[in-house]
Write a new protein. Structure first.
Length: 95
C-alpha cells in the first residue's frame, strides 16, 4: 500500500511539473518570436516606403507644375504613413 501511495504522489508531482513547464513555454516563446517578426516586417516596409517616397518625390516634383498643391498633399500623406510604419516598428523594438 505504501508503494502504491508513493507512486501516486510521484505521478501527481510529475504532472504538476509538466503543467508548469507547458505554461511557461506557452507564455514566453511564441509571443517574443511573433513580436520580433512583426517589428522586422514593419521596419522593412517602412524603410522601403521611405526610399520609394524619396525617389518619387524627386522624380515627380519637377513635373508637378500643374496641381502642385495636390501633389504636395499626396506626398505628405504618403510620408505620414511611412512615419507611422517606422514609429510602430520602433515602439515594438523598445517594448
Amino acid at each position: 500500500m505504501d508503494n502504491l501511495r508513493e507512486t501516486y504522489q510521484i505521478l501527481v508531482r510529475m504532472h504538476s511539473i509538466e503543467n508548469e513547464y507547458a505554461q511557461l513555454s506557452q507564455e514566453e516563446t511564441p509571443k517574443d518570436i511573433f513580436r520580433v517578426r512583426t517589428v522586422f516586417i514593419l521596419l522593412t516596409v517602412g524603410f522601403s516606403l521611405y526610399f520609394i517616397y524619396g525617389w518619387l518625390s524627386s522624380l515627380l516634383s519637377s513635373y508637378a507644375t500643374y496641381g502642385a498643391t495636390v501633389f504636395d498633399k499626396i506626398m505628405t500623406t504618403i510620408g505620414m504613413s511611412i512615419v507611422l510604419f517606422l514609429a510602430t516598428g520602433w515602439i515594438g523594438l523598445t517594448e
